[in-house]
Structure formats: C-alpha cells, structure tokens
Write a new protein. Structure first.
Length: 105
C-alpha cells in the first residue's frame, strides 16, 4: 500500500506517513516515512527527509536520513545526506555533506 500526493498539493507543516509515499507536490516542512519515500520530479521540499528507502527526483532544500538512497538525474539537493547505501546517477546535484556507510560503534 502506498500514498501518492500529486503536483497540485501544497503543504506547510510536517508530513508523517506509515506506508510508502510518493510526493510530487510542494512542502515547507519535514517528511517522515516508515516505508519508502519517492520525491517526484515536480516536487519541491524545504525541510528534512527521513525514510528507510528514498528515491529523489525533485528539489530538496534540507537534510536526508535514509538506509538506502537513489538520486535521479533530475534531483537537486541542498543539504546533508546520511545513508548506508547511495546510488547517484549522472546529472544529479548534491550541495552539502554526504555520509555513506554504517556508523562505527
């Protein structure tokens, strides 16, 4: 089961989802998904992201905390990303710190 918020959605405030989420709108706030999180090509996010698995295709101005992360060619991220596994496709843009791998105890 997944939720899909289309490009005509505009949110001011935090968004929490207990299932997979496809977000293609605009948000000024944080997004927290217990499942996978897809930030669509039309999406604009000003806030932090947290999810097990993330696919970023749109614009994010904020930090991300993921177990797995894929940055599509259309992605533009201004902020830090922390993830165990990162796939960054040619054309993707990341301006900020990037921490990849499991944290050492």
């Amino acid at each position: 089961m997944s939720s899909h918020l289309s490009s005509d959605i505009q949110i001011e405030g935090d968004l929490n989802c207990s299932t997979d989420l496809i977000f293609d709108g605009s948000i000024k706030g944080n997004i927290n998904s217990k499942g996978s999180l897809t930030i669509g090509q039309n999406a604009t996010v000003t806030g932090d992201l947290k999810a097990e698995k993330a696919i970023i295709e749109g614009k994010v101005n904020g930090n991300g905390d993921f177990s797995q992360c894929r940055l599509a060619p259309t992605s533009v991220i201004s902020g830090s990303v922390s993830t165990v596994s990162l796939q960054m496709e040619e054309g993707a843009s990341l301006a900020g710190q990037c921490k990849v791998g499991k944290a050492k105890a």
